[in-house]
Design a protein around this ligand. Sequence first.
Ligand code: NAP
Length: 301
Amino acid sequence: MSDILFPRVAVIGIGLIGASFTLALREAGALGTAVCGDADKMNIGKAIELEIVDGGSRSNADAVRDADLVILSTPVGALEKVALEIAPHLKKGCIVSDVGSVKGAAVKAIAPHLPEGVFYVGGHPIAGTEDSGPEAAFAEMFRGKWCMLTPTTETDPAALAKMKKAWELCGASVVCLEPSHHDKILATVSHLPHVIAFSIMGTADDLAHELGGDVSGYAGSSFRDLTRVAASDPVMWRDIFLNNREAVLELIARFKGDMARLEKAIADGDAAEMEKIFTRGRALRRALGSPRAVEPLEIKA
Ligand code: NAP
């Protein structure tokens, strides 16, 4: 057990990530009281029933009153609306953070609306599952995972240090990087894989209609492993692609180039080229360590 870091925490959007963060902080003994604000009455009820939070409200403004930490864990597209709703009700000295998967857009959506004396720190835990809602949450979610914090020149160093401590208490390793740098990295390691997974499910279904029978039902582990993330929440992913458009489009263009190279090798029956591409891919995949087995990125604040 550690000392209480935040006497009162308000989580806006008590879904998978917000609820897991609350559970992890609770388990670490780092919070006093936790309340939530959520658009979904059922999620509030479940979060109270599961003892994730002590209370909740459908009014985000009511939920943040007297909070020392407000953590925004709604889909990225709702962040600006929520920031505007809560801003007049925040206590002086409060830290506002978020867990949104796109950071450039999150900074723009939240920081300009906060009053003097309230400190914003952008964050994104690189952890999660394809499930949603508080009942899918678990306290161990962030253990052994990265949490990226994305300070800007405006970020208060003491608030940044406190958020770093909070995520470390949740079991994460914290790295700080520029929002745009974060968005390019995530476009590669998260957003592009989702583009592929969502698309392949549709491709297989279209073929099933043409063949007049099942296709994906016969899938072995390769199709299942590759498409697991296509079971993720469509609203969350819609918002990610709307808000990281430029970086994702750049990655899709690069990927199409690589696909075209492989397509040509297959069309030409170019065995040497195929072997070269597959040997490189296998070596890179086999060298991919556990999530934390990389050199920490340079801190760019
Ligand atoms: P989730 O389980 O769907 O939870 C989001 C919650 O926010 C839902 O209860 C939703 O209610 C509520 N909400 C939506 N708009 C709201 C508003 N205006 N005011 C109050 N509550 C609102 O989603 P999640 O997976 O935890 O994702 C939350 C955030 O974490 C997203 O920004 C996502 O990019 C980020 N993230 C997700 C993952 C992941 O693996 N899932 C990983 C890292 C970061 P409704 O159900 O009524 O919409």
